[in-house]
Ligand binder design. Structure first.
Ligand code: AMP
Length: 155
């Protein structure tokens, strides 16, 4: 096998915009450059209808989803420019985070998923539930970038 055949061709970066997102993202952009790979970004909106800001509560379900997807898209675009991502696609999905990351990875022929070892909900020293779920269901390699509390930056 040549060195080129060992290169990743399509990397999917999953971000929750949490405290560690920038350092995880810059790892993904560096890897994409090193490998000459395409880079796609995904954010999953995991919204709970009972947990909405006051100004959205009155809107019909579909409008709420449109609004959440639109604001997540703007946030993901800003995030992509923050980490200097030369991206192919931005994916904003609604649903189960693990399920949506795995579905896009499969459908888009991704060969490496990059995420944090934990995000906003993970416990120090343990793999968070998203990282764990993705690792166990992935159709491809997974890079769980280790984040530690000392690398925490407040937004
Ligand atoms: P967690 O397991 O929830 O602690 O998160 C681990 C990693 O999964 C985070 O650092 C992100 O890379 C990714 N992740 C968590 N939540 C989301 C989300 N809603 N959308 C995309 N990626 C996510």
């Amino acid at each position: 096998m040549t060195a080129e055949e060992n290169n990743y061709r399509h990397i999917l970066l999953a971000t929750d915009f949490g405290n560690h997102a920038e350092s995880i993202g810059t790892r993904a952009t560096a890897m994409a450059k090193q490998h000459g790979a395409r880079l796609s970004l995904i954010h999953v909106v995991d919204y709970v209808p009972t947990d909405l800001p006051g100004d959205l509560i009155e809107l019909p379900q579909l409008k709420i989803e449109d609004h959440l997807v639109e604001s997540a898209r703007e946030r993901l675009e800003e995030f992509a420019s923050l980490i200097n991502a030369d991206y192919t696609n931005l994916w904003i999905e609604i649903g189960s985070t693990r399920h949506e990351i795995l579905r896009i990875a499969e459908e888009e022929d991704v060969d490496l998923i990059v995420l944090g070892s934990h995000g906003r909900s993970g416990l120090a020293l343990l793999l968070g539930s998203t990282a764990n779920g993705v690792l166990h269901g992935a159709p491809c390699d997974v890079l769980a970038v280790r984040v530690t509390e000392s690398s925490t930056q407040d937004p």
